[in-house]
Design a protein. Structure first.
Length: 324
């Protein structure tokens, strides 16, 4: 009998299932090494499948294992997962982890004011600035690893896309190029277009990380449109057809680098990014560094439940299934 406890959050509508320290052991000297181990380990991966697949999860579920940090400079580490494996970064998850760390008492915070929660993830070290008011978490802003543009005007599946990095590599395409609205009604067509673009680029040079091959791979396709000055909307199709209900933190970080390079955004200026369900993140560039730009993406996260999941050895469905 396998039992796993988890705490669920949502960040701007996107689920995030947190397995606290001790729930899963993943060896490794760094979070990136732990990710390598998890990919190769049936013992670890069966827990991911149990929590992510139906009937305990669904095709668009997301979560993490909270693990030891790379060193004493961080509060803890996080290994992110989804239905197809383990990601190198997760912005909406980092926002949820900031809220969870304070609300669970893992990191002490003032009733009114801010505290920084430092988290090691496979792509590097990130920090969640948690703002509290009246003893409750009001909002969370995370500072990402350096973000930067990789390529412009790349041909992919009949479209011209920009490619950028924000802890993971994304392809960006205007919705008008695809002749599609960013709406729930058009979701099947958006998923199809996003998968085609990803498939066209995932084995190309733009999907290769310049410093560490383990961070390579085109993680997803971002289909976007502009709604007004400093106001945009996008939908992110990632992994194998998963759809982020939030505006996607790491993709928003990468898009911030592109907007700065375009001259559409100045350092320090905020812009708003909406999701397909109408939720929002706000983002800005806070600094320029040799590797790119440091961005800050702000949103809200709320706890939705506490769970104890069980795998009965008599259950013929085992760790579950994915219907689509």
């Amino acid at each position: 009998m396998l039992e796993i406890a988890a705490t669920d959050y949502h960040t701007a509508g996107e689920p995030f299932r947190i397995v606290a320290p001790g729930g899963v052991e993943v060896p490794g000297r760094s979070l990136l090494a732990r990710r390598d181990h998890a990919i190769a380990s049936e013992e670890v991966d069966r827990v991911r499948r149990l929590l992510c697949h139906e009937p305990r999860g669904h095709a668009d579920m997301y979560g993490c294992f909270v693990l030891p940090p790379d060193d004493d400079g961080a509060d803890f580490g996080a290994l992110f997962w989804h239905k197809d494996g383990y990601s190198t970064a997760c912005g909406h998850g980092t926002i949820a982890l900031g809220a969870w760390a304070v609300e669970s008492g893992r990191v002490e915070a003032p009733d009114d004011g801010e505290v920084e929660v430092t988290i090691d993830v496979p792509s590097g070290r990130v920090a969640a600035r948690v703002t509290c008011s009246g003893g409750t978490v009001e909002r969370v802003a995370f500072r990402n690893v350096p973000a930067y543009a990789i390529a412009r005007g790349v041909a992919a599946a009949g479209a011209s896309v920009d490619v950028a990095y924000g802890g993971a590599i994304y392809a960006f395409v205007p919705a008008v190029q695809l002749g599609l609205p960013i709406s729930a009604q058009a979701l099947p067509h958006l998923i199809r277009a996003g998968r085609k673009i990803k498939a066209a680029l995932e084995d190309s040079g733009v999907a290769v990380h310049p410093e560490d091959a383990r961070l390579s791979g085109l993680y997803g396709t971002v289909i976007h449109e502009q709604l007004g000055p400093a106001h945009h909307r996008n939908v992110v199709v990632f992994a194998d057809g998963q759809v982020d209900r939030s505006p996607t933190g790491s993709a928003t970080s990468a898009r911030t680098a592109l907007l700065l390079e375009d001259g559409s955004l100045e350092v320090g200026a905020r812009w708003r990014n909406d999701s397909i369900v109408g939720t929002s993140f706000h983002a800005r560039v806070v600094d320029r560094v040799a590797a790119g730009v440091i961005t800050e993406v702000e949103g809200t996260a709320f706890r939705t439940g506490e769970h104890r999941f069980v795998l009965d050895p008599r259950d013929a469905l085992g760790t579950g299934f994915v219907l689509r």
